[in-house]
Design a protein around this ligand. Structure first.
Ligand code: ZN
Length: 205
């Protein structure tokens, strides 16, 4: 096991990399599936140098028989307060991004936005109109409305043939903004409303 080196695609910078295994830990809890071996690695590419933990499972033929999966950094998961259908759309956008399908990432981000408008009760014809309706209803404002509109424009680029390539950075930004948008609408807003009602109860017991 010592001095073992592994080749992998870095989950952080996306570049093929090779790393020594800096240590392993084996965990086995029969109630939680087969024995699992966690290996600590580091991306060796340029400035990235990201720490990575891979996991392999032993289904009876040893860890060597299993293709390593990424344990850390873990996949992003949206808060469960975000409706299931929207989490599904967003996860598919993530899957597209991981497969380096950047146009498809933008298409899925756009679908996530469309689904969000529908879920929030905006029933207009186009995404632009629906976003304006959410703004009129006071559900999104200021910076969030700007983000949403930018995502819409960028999403158009993914959905229609322009002959233009979509960069990894644009796709990543679209994902990050979409995540923040959902988080804002479904998680922070709800928490803020609860916070406000606690404060007003304290003020008028
Ligand atoms: Zn890397």
């Amino acid at each position: 096991m010592t001095n073992e080196a592994r080749a992998f695609i870095c989950p952080v910078c996306g570049v093929p990399s090779k790393s020594d295994v800096h240590g392993t830990v084996v965990q086995y809890d029969p109630e939680n599936g087969p024995p699992a071996e966690f290996a600590f690695l580091q991306c060796t590419h340029g400035k990235c140098q990201a720490p990575i933990v891979q996991v392999r499972e032993d289904y009876g033929d040893g860890f060597e028989d299993d293709a390593p999966g990424i344990f850390y950094p873990s996949k992003r998961r949206l808060n469960f307060a975000v409706p299931r259908e929207l989490r599904d759309e967003f996860e598919e956008a993530l899957t597209c991004f991981e497969a380096k399908a950047y146009r498809a990432t933008l298409v899925m981000v756009r679908r996530t936005l469309e689904g969000t408008c529908k879920d929030q009760g905006a029933g207009k014809r186009t995404l632009a109109e629906n976003l304006r309706e959410l703004q009129t209803q006071g559900k999104i404002d200021g910076l969030l409305a700007d983000w949403a509109d930018l995502l819409r424009v960028v999403g158009n680029k993914g959905a229609h043939f322009t002959g233009e390539a979509v960069s990894a950075q644009d796709a990543k930004d679209a994902l990050d903004f979409a995540e923040a948008f959902l988080d804002h609408l479904y998680v922070l807003r709800a928490r803020f409303d609860e916070f406000k009602s606690r404060q007003s109860k304290k003020a008028n017991p």
